[in-house]
Ligand binder design. Structure first.
Ligand code: URA
Length: 247
């Protein structure tokens, strides 16, 4: 019941605790300031979508990527050119790495360095060498060969999705934590993701493909004992790839 006159509850011996207004304000300002810290990628993303959608084949896509100025890596000082893809255009398997390094930047092709040579050997031994197309989540090398950030991957994602739509592979091999987390939209680590089938879906939901995460070949160069896990993953992959399709 509302009274006509206020009651002085302190004087009446009842202390009402103050409402936690300050805390609420502080929490809201933390959210605002962390949002403000993230770069606004909406314009770059919109431009990437338009450019990617206009590419009718892989050559046109590579040209569109080279013309795109929305990924900060292009201007971060390490990249001399866009590194887009290598392999057969009608590949049954797309191999997706994190991003080109210095060797790839020099040669203009993904997985051109020592890690790539090891990956090539493993794919050849699995009978996949002539059946793959390799690309990355970003298309410019980073200073210090740092892994790409989620924002850099996000602005490049329309190009990667367009590459997948053009190639129409049967499945994806995601090498390393950065591509696995970006494509599968998870924060789980590569050690828990690898060796199991996951579903990759395009942003517009029109494409769904089986995706196998595995360890990055650069990691295998440092930890050769881990090769057996990648062999196991490739075996799981080829078994599904070569399984006769049910009529
Ligand atoms: N590592 C990658 O993930 N991609 C490359 O192209 C080269 C090294």
């Amino acid at each position: 019941m509302l009274l006509d006159a206020p009651i002085d509850r302190i004087a009446a011996g009842r202390i009402i605790p103050p409402r936690p207004v300050e805390k609420k304000v502080a929490a809201a300002s933390v959210v605002r300031s962390s949002q403000a810290a993230l770069p606004d990628i909406s314009q770059a993303l919109a431009q990437a979508r338009v450019l990617a959608a206009g590419a009718v084949n892989l050559e046109a896509l590579a040209a569109a990527i080279a013309s795109f100025d929305g990924c900060p890596l292009k201007f971060a000082g390490a990249a001399t050119q866009a590194v887009v893809y290598r392999g057969v255009p009608d590949a049954v398997l797309m191999v997706i790495g994190d991003g080109p390094g210095q060797d790839e930047d020099r040669q203009g092709q993904p997985f051109a360095g020592r890690a790539g040579q090891l990956l090539d050997k493993m794919l050849a031994a699995s009978g996949l060498a002539e059946r793959v197309l390799m690309t990355n989540t970003v298309f410019w090398s980073a200073p210090g060969d740092r892994p790409p950030t989620p924002q850099q991957q996000a602005v490049c994602a329309p190009f990667l999705e367009r590459a997948i739509a053009l190639v129409k592979p049967k499945m994806l091999l995601l090498v390393g934590g950065a591509p696995a987390q970006a494509l599968l939209k998870t924060e789980d680590g590569i050690l828990s993701l690898r060796g199991r089938w996951h579903a990759w879906r395009s942003a517009d939901g029109t494409i769904e493909l089986p995706a196998m995460p595995t360890l990055h070949p650069a990691f295998l160069l440092r930890q050769p004992a881990a090769k057996k896990r990648v062999w196991a993953d490739l075996l799981t992959l080829t078994e599904r790839l070569d399984r006769p399709e049910r009529p």
